[in-house]
Design a protein around this ligand. Structure first.
Ligand SMILES: [Fe+2]
Ligand SMILES: [Fe+2]
Length: 158
């Protein structure tokens, strides 16, 4: 997580959101494997539970990003921030460690996904430009990010 938390509960909400989100994707993956292994009943069980995990994740998001505080610009900003964090900080660091540990499959996966994250950031940046949000987002530290958000707020309140 790249965000600055204002308190422990905010941090816990992010952790809970992460956990429920992971459960969702994990159970979908398990469903796929169970189906490939020929057990349709267990596959369906995993899929149904995965849907409930999505509701749990969304419930945490309601508190992390309250709807009444969101604008389209802000949504794009948050998304760009996350993708830039992945591409500039998270994956390079993970790649470095994977190199050190000699896990070449992981090195390759981290490189691929870093570039996919860069692609996503670019798509969101283009959308932000189209919708008149920030024209350039290069910040990936929380403090710089906050300034960017403040800019959006002051431009949109003009
Ligand atoms: Fe859950
Ligand atoms: Fe992404």
């Amino acid at each position: 997580m790249n965000e600055c938390y204002t308190n422990k509960t905010q941090e816990n909400l992010h952790a809970a959101f992460a956990g429920e989100s992971m459960a969702n994707r994990k159970y979908l993956y398990f469903a796929k494997i169970a189906r490939e292994l020929g057990n349709e009943e267990v596959a369906k069980l995993f899929e149904e539970t995965a849907n409930q995990e999505t509701s749990h994740a969304f419930a945490h998001l309601d508190l992390i990003y309250p709807k009444e505080e969101m604008t389209v610009e802000k949504l794009l900003e948050i998304a760009i921030e996350g993708e830039l964090y992945e591409t500039n900080q998270m994956y390079p660091e993970f790649e470095r460690i994977a190199q050190e540990e000699g896990n070449l499959a992981a090195v390759q996966k981290f490189q691929e996904q870093a570039s996919e994250s860069a692609g996503h950031a670019e798509i969101f940046q283009k959308a932000a430009k189209r919708f008149g949000a920030l024209t350039k987002v290069e910040a990936f530290h929380a403090s710089r990010y906050q300034r960017a958000l403040d800019n959006v707020k002051s431009t949109s309140s003009r």
